[in-house]
Design a protein around this ligand. Sequence first.
Ligand code: FES
Length: 376
Amino acid sequence: TVVGDGRPAPPPADPPGGWTEPREPVPAGMLAELTYRCPLHCTYCSNPLAPSGGELFTEDWLRVLDQARDLGVLQVHFSGGEPLLRTDLTALVARAHRLGLYSNLITSGIPMSDAAIGSLAAAGLDHVQLSIQDADPAAGDAVAGLRAHARKREAAALVRRYGLPLTVNVVLHAGNVDRLAEIADLAVGLGADRLELAHTQFYGWAWRNRAALLPTADQLARADEAAAGVKERHGDRVEIVYVAADYHATRPKPCMRGWGRRQLVVAPDGGVLPCLSAAQLPGLDVVDVRAADLAWIWYDSPAFNRFRGTAWMPAPCRDCALREVDFGGCRCQAYQLLGDAALTDPACDLSPHHGVLAGLAARAERVAAVPRRLPR
Ligand code: FES
């Protein structure tokens, strides 16, 4: 339903079927990865290197949305790849809206048109998250693999034209981190209500390209200072989120806010994952959403229970006062760096393997000393 000013009608106060009291833990958010297809080829993309083929049909996704709402999900993030490449996106947003779910479109902005964003807004889309690569157009285009920068500026203007709240997301790496302040100014100029400045998380292609992406310690120190300056300059008008660099941390990030605790991911091929990189973990027994109800997968499947809670934790996590704050860090990072997803994330300086990260940081210093293939 569209009200007179072109904005969508508010969701129904009492969604069809009514609310039932959800069981704990409740997954507040669902990342719906509609496709891995994408016009961009960003060097830091976290998508799997070799995604399994195929995509869910529209009716599968509509059923997933219904089941997600029954499970207690409040927010659905339509993501990818590039979700605008799915011709059924408006229908999915409309269903999410009818169910009372808050819907967020995570997009590169490249395929966005006035007609596309207009129909999504009319269908009830609540929010758009747009990525930008750099303040320097040539450097940004080189990382994206096509002339993306100008298209992104147009996409931001379209989002604002329809009055949708806009988050601008920037992945920081060795090639752009020295322009953090200019990038933030650009995002604010594009009309961002919220700005995410996130150091690269090393999964998928970012893991493959980590030698070129890792910033040096000097770059990080300058970035932390620049981020503080950005908050000072724009923080009263724009919500600014600065995500610290993992490999230089002393405490691990609370990945996904705990395994099987607050969020789930549905991959394009229907696999339901506790995080977007979990498909790489050996023996996880990922269940296809066409083979079982989402509630069973969330509460009862071995994959979601493998690292849920604290019983699985090794030392030093099991006796740590922060075990229910950081949940032992990231399982995928433990697997990638140590070959065992059940170990403490080496980003924690209490991990006996913390030195692995020092080795990677030292490598970044060596790589910085030679000419890079990425524009700086
Ligand atoms: Fe998989 Fe952190 S990305 S647990």
